[in-house]
Design a protein around this ligand. Structure first.
Ligand code: PBG
Length: 333
């Protein structure tokens, strides 16, 4: 007999859902604070916490306040914090030199966090967009994003981040060949322990809008990023990109955005078994917060459910603006 025909009443799935104790015993996945990376925005000044209007609850913080935030995160058990600079428009140029300035905001914040809160891992972002007067992740000339020239600049940027003390470097630029080039430069520069979390499958997405506001890149951007970020219609290509980046020296890989791309997370995890992360991006965060603020959904439950779904899809961890809120919730606070 075909088992499914024999199933009921021998198999009653509702038996496994009958009480909190039984549901706990039959739960397949878990979400814990160790799965979280918290992205934070850094700006200049002192004692400044400036709300980002399109991301309710998210701040741009001056370096001293980022250090405080890192301390709070470490106390909550969050293993890593990821820095994104809001650069003074006057420092954005076509040559993007601020990107590898040892004294740029990201590098100053990294050094300050590593000095004050050595236990938290610092992740940094490699891409030219916060420093580029054209708003792109790479050099722009006559309407074309230049790949190899950009990679040379990204290597300088990554080295300056490693020298500032970054534990994990996250190339988010989507140029070809940058993982290998950065890995070689890190090895040659005595930074063989610095990890690379490649934004390997990063899609050209409408969900990055609020982030571009947060880092002040919205106004600057000429055109779109479709010649370097992935087509949302593609899936096989994500597998090929992840394979390439792992071969070039990535320690961990990322799928971005998160919620609309859970199928990609699952394929990546099943194909390679590598440490796989998803970025629940600014637009995903903004949607949940906006609906919650309107009383249309229970924001806290939606937050926890959305993050559990990443675990179910095979992700080892999630970059999420909800990190401190989730950590507090998981701690029962
Ligand atoms: C760019 C970068 C982006 C994000 C992280 N790094 C935006 C973009 O590609 O335009 C988006 C993160 C988010 O939306 O939360 N290097």
């Amino acid at each position: 007999m075909i088992p499914s025909q024999a199933a009921y009443p021998a198999t009653r799935f509702r038996r496994t859902r009958q009480s909190p104790a039984i549901r706990a015993l039959t739960q397949e996945n878990t979400l814990s604070v160790g799965n979280l990376i918290w992205p934070v925005f850094v700006r200049d000044g002192e004692g400044v916490e400036e709300p980002v209007p399109s991301m309710p609850g998210v701040m741009r913080r001056s370096v001293d306040r980022v250090v405080e935030a890192a301390r709070e995160a470490a106390d909550l058990g969050i293993p890593a914090i990821c820095l994104f600079p809001y650069t003074d428009p006057a420092k954005k140029t076509r040559d993007c030199a601020e990107a590898w300035n040892p004294e740029n905001l990201s590098n100053r914040a990294t050094r300050a966090i590593k000095a004050a809160v050595p236990g938290i891992a610092v992740m940094t972002d490699v891409a030219l967009d916060p420093y580029n007067s054209d708003g792109h992740d790479g050099f722009w000339r006559d309407g074309v994003i230049l790949n190899d020239e950009t990679v040379a600049a990204l290597v300088k940027q990554a080295l300056s981040q490693a020298e500032a003390g970054a534990d994990i470097i996250g190339p988010s630029d989507m140029m070809d060949g940058r993982i290998g080039a950065i890995r070689q430069a890190l090895e040659a520069g005595g930074h063989s322990n610095v990890m690379l979390l490649s934004y390997a499958a990063k899609y050209a997405s409408a969900f990055y809008g609020p982030f571009r506001d947060a880092v002040g890149a919205s106004g600057a951007l000429k055109g779109d990023k479709t010649t370097y970020q992935m087509n949302p219609a593609n899936s096989d290509e994500a597998i090929r990109l992840v394979e390439r980046d792992l071969r070039e020296g990535a320690d961990m890989v990322m799928v971005k955005p998160g919620m609309p791309y859970l199928d990609i997370c699952r394929r990546v995890k099943d194909s390679f078994g590598a440490p796989t992360y998803a970025y629940q991006v600014s637009g995903e965060y903004a949607m949940i917060q906006a609906a919650a603020q309107n009383g249309w959904i229970d924001g806290e439950r939606a937050m926890l459910e959305s993050l559990m779904c990443f675990r179910r899809a095979g992700c080892d961890g999630i970059l999420t603006y909800f990190a401190p809120a989730v950590a507090r919730k998981l701690a029962g606070a």
